[in-house]
Design a protein around this ligand. Structure first.
Ligand SMILES: Nc1nc2c(ncn2[C@@H]2O[C@H](COP(=O)(O)OP(=O)(O)O)[C@@H](O)[C@H]2O)c(=O)[nH]1
Ligand SMILES: [Mg+2]
Ligand SMILES: [Zn+2]
Length: 311
């Protein structure tokens, strides 16, 4: 039996779309029990972005059986849509994780962005922030944009203000995404599909599929899908994924996932400092002298409050 090496582009439950090294598309499935060394007990054995080796089924054109999956460089999980106690791998082998946010129509909260950034930090995946729809900004929104640019810039994040429909405004972002595999996420309505359609002409994702909050009650278990950027690079779209579940971590670890805190916290008097009310705290000192943004610190504190609740 001959075999093929490929990359998983889409998972639709028990079948996977795999593209082999020559660009050919295969429908692949897993047969029997496959031994997978993931210690996260996920509901899905294989995820978009996985590198796999398959047996080619004889007599069945385009059908293959996945037999091994290569070790993952990284992966990102969320709580399983079917079972709160189980995890679902959204995607594997990412070079970057990108969040599309908007200041107006709709407004994305800083809390949402910060939780996304923490998740990316926890998985050691570089994060990219895109602020879309800047054509709609009124003066007070403009101030908010400048504030976020400084705040996230100081924290060492890349932030791209764009208008998804204007090719010149997305040129710098397109350049950044060249040659890498990037996971896209963001609330519905922020222009994620519009942006992907601009970056990948011809992909023609449906836009405006959810208006306002009407999608809330619907059972939308859509699956992640990977697309090739012309030239080089890949985008993984995650329609219907509201938020990535954080891995469990201790209160003591939270500050490590804020790069601007991570940089100063070795100056704290206590090495188990939570940076709340301890004396001689380098993080609080940085907040006081405005090297660390007060808004990021507030975010830190409110996420700290939720840690026991295991969000
Ligand atoms: N004014 C403006 N509207 C945009 C922009 N990007 C997307 N939209 C509109 O926002 C709505 C939602 O876009 P869509 O791509 O479906 O959002 P998604 O839910 O994040 O995939 C659509 O009506 C788009 O035309 C933008 O940069 N400026
Ligand atoms: Mg969309
Ligand atoms: Zn401290």
């Amino acid at each position: 039996m001959s075999e093929l090496k490929g990359l998983v582009y889409k998972s639709t439950g028990s079948w996977y779309i795999v593209r082999d090294e020559h660009g050919k598309i295969w429908n692949a499935r897993v047969k029997g029990k496959m031994k997978i060394d993931d210690n996260i007990s996920s509901t899905n054995p294989i995820a978009v972005g996985d590198k796999v080796i398959c047996d080619i089924e004889e007599g069945e054109e385009g059908i293959a059986t996945i037999k091994t999956i290569a070790e993952r460089n990284n992966y990102i999980v969320r709580v399983s849509p079917h079972n709160k106690n189980q995890k679902h791998i959204v995607a594997a082998n990412l070079d970057a994780a990108l969040v599309v946010a908007t200041i107006a129509e709709p407004r994305t909260s800083q809390g949402f962005i910060d939780r996304f950034l923490i998740t990316a930090e926890a998985y050691h995946i570089p994060a990219i922030i895109v602020i879309n729809k800047i054509d709609l900004l009124k003066p007070k929104h403009q101030e908010q944009l400048e504030h976020w640019q400084k705040m996230y810039g100081d924290a060492s994040y890349e932030i791209f203000p764009v208008v998804a429909l204007q090719p010149e405004s997305i040129a710098a972002l397109a350049n950044r995404l060249k040659g890498i595999t990037t996971l896209f996420s963001g609330h519905s309505g922020v222009g994620k599909s519009t942006l992907i359609n601009q970056l990948i002409p011809g992909v023609e994702l449906r836009t405006q599929e959810v208006s306002g909050w009407s999608g809330k009650g619907q059972h939308t278990t859509t699956f992640a899908e990977m697309f090739d950027i012309p030239g080089s690079g890949k985008i993984i779209d995650t329609p219907g994924v509201k938020e990535f579940g954080l891995i469990d971590f201790e209160k003591e670890e939270l500050a490590q996932y804020f790069p601007e805190m991570r940089r100063v916290m070795q100056g704290c008097k206590f090495n188990n400092c939570l940076h709340i009310n301890e004396p001689d705290c380098a993080v609080k000192e940085a907040v006081n002298n405005e090297t660390i943004s007060i808004d990021r610190y507030v975010s830190y504190m409110s996420i700290m409050d939720t840690i026991e609740k295991k969000w």
